[in-house]
Design a protein around this ligand. Structure first.
Ligand code: ZN
Length: 501
């Protein structure tokens, strides 16, 4: 590194190289899920672990720490540089606390663990996955202890996904949700009034669904000259940089909801990535702030926009044109089918009302695992009991129960709560935007989504990591995150569809 550069330039140059490695991993991840042949798996795992090692080395390099220290001396209180330094330091210190041997073993158990999980799920046999999960939990306990010597293991693990979030803040949030959602779901079940979902069912060729989905993504503001949409088994979004944001989708031939709402969801993630601050490209503050905030953007467009009547008033002619099998359906036919409430076993297929109960199950079990109150061998039983308690149903086989999610095989403990944080934040942000700009119904019905997107750009996207997720929500909405707006929305839709509550 040439010595004539000032500390700030050195920081950004070194950080830029780190970001480039992260982007490379993102491209490879996207490639693996969309185009890589199955035979490439072993070679790809080696390549990714090499890159992970290089990335870790970049973060722990003495020259980076020197640049950070240099900037810390120059930075004026309250300045952007001060925030850049704080963010860089936080990430560097976190990386440095993880012993290299532990990082390597985690990466190894991750790749073998995912394969074991897949086999266990296919063969419906938890015992195949159990030894890998036991090792993974042990390593994550070690990691948590290294990161947080004060014994707050779960907080330390959540930091990876939702920096600064605390278990003690989440517990009351989930308790309140459980107390509100339990009776609501029970009331719907007891009312015994199934919704006619015929309006969203039919024969829908994949290419036609894709064309319609793309049209929706474009209409709400996704820039296809800075992004693309491809198919994959599980939909996701990766932001390689602001000019290259990749979404994926999947479809079902007989129901257009998975494709349409999957695409709207991933587009919401993509809009956030495309809206990150250009001035902070390849700097510590230049990326999304947390998975919860990310999820608030996806749920906003998927649920609060995409499931609204106003949206369908506008989208209906396009739907009729794209999917001729829907030609006779009206908004009044479609809308109830977008707001069904049905306790089910699989989280990713869950409706808006029961979804957070699925998350609550995982939150309870993860906390018990890392508090030392639950061991992996007892996990399948604990899973079934918790489902029975919160949703009133029980999986007939482990593939529909404890083996359904990939997260634990990857060591992603503390990830699940971000889904609920995002759901709550989406409603709170939407209400705040309405307060500022007025009701969006007329705009949506006319296909105008720019006002809402502009508000999100202004209040969320442009800040990158300048403020924590908690601060961002308070700044944008004037109050701390709560479940109030989400529950109000949910009770209103459920009352209209089912006549309960
Ligand atoms: Zn998402």
């Amino acid at each position: 590194m040439s010595s004539h550069l000032g500390a700030e330039e050195r920081l950004y140059r070194l950080w830029g190289e780190y970001v480039d490695l992260v982007s490379t991993e993102e491209i490879l991840h996207w490639d693996q899920e969309t185009t890589m042949p199955a035979g490439g798996l072993e070679g790809r795992s080696q390549l990714l672990s090499t890159l992970a090692g290089l990335r870790h080395g970049k973060l722990c390099a003495p020259e980076l720490l020197e640049a950070i220290e240099g900037c810390a001396e120059e930075a004026a209180p309250g300045s952007v540089l001060e925030a850049q330094v704080a963010e860089a330091r936080w990430q560097v210190e976190r990386a440095a606390k993880l012993p290299v041997s532990l990082a390597i073993e985690l990466a190894e158990v991750q790749s073998t663990g995912v394969a074991a999980w897949q086999e266990a799920r296919t063969r419906n046999d938890f015992s195949i996955f159990r030894p890998f999960l036991e090792r993974m939990v042990e390593l994550k306990r070690q990691q948590a202890a290294a990161l947080s010597p004060d014994g707050r293991a779960y907080d330390a693990l959540m930091d990876e996904f939702e920096p600064g979030m605390k278990e003690e803040a989440l517990v009351p949030l989930f308790t309140h949700l459980r107390e509100a959602l339990g009776p609501l779901v029970r009331a719907v079940v007891e009312a015994g009034k199934p919704v006619d979902e015929g309006a969203v069912e039919g024969e829908f060729p994949e290419q036609l669904q894709l064309a319609f989905g793309k049209r929706m993504a474009k209409a709400i503001g996704f820039d296809f000259s800075a992004g693309r949409l491809d198919s994959s088994t599980h939909p996701f979004c990766v932001g390689i940089n602001r000019g290259d944001v990749r979404l994926t989708w999947r479809s079902e031939p007989g129901d257009f909801r998975p494709a349409v709402f999957g695409i709207l969801h991933e587009t919401g993630h993509g809009l956030y990535e495309q809206g990150l601050p250009a001035a902070w490209d390849r700097t510590p503050l230049g990326t999304s702030v947390s998975l919860g905030i990310h999820e608030s953007q996806s749920r906003l467009w998927e649920n609060l926009v995409g499931r609204s009547k106003a949206f369908w008033q506008w989208a209906l002619p396009a739907l009729h044109e794209a999917l001729p099998a829907t030609r006779k359906v009206s908004v009044a036919d479609i809308w109830p089918a977008l707001h069904t409430v049905k306790p089910s076993l699989i989280r990713v297929e869950a409706d808006e009302a029961t979804y957070n109960l699925h998350v609550a199950v995982r939150f309870d079990l993860e906390r018990a695992l890392f508090a030392g109150d639950l061991e992996v061998r007892d996990l399948p039983g604990a899973w079934d009991e918790t489902y029975e308690k919160l949703l009133g149903i029980r999986a007939a086989e482990p593939a529909e129960g404890v083996l359904q999610d990939i997260h634990w095989s990857l060591g992603s403990f503390g990830y699940f709560p971000t889904y609920t944080l995002g759901t709550l934040a989406a409603s709170q942000l939407f209400e705040a935007a309405k307060k500022d700009l007025g009701d969006f119904d007329e705009a949506f019905a006319a296909g105008e989504f720019q006002p809402l997107l502009g508000w999100m750009r202004e209040k969320i996207h442009r800040y990158g990591r300048r403020y924590s997720a908690t601060e961002l929500i308070e700044k944008a909405t004037g109050r701390p995150l709560s479940s109030e707006d989400f529950l109000t929305y949910l009770k209103a839709t459920t009352a209209e569809v089912y006549g309960v509550g």
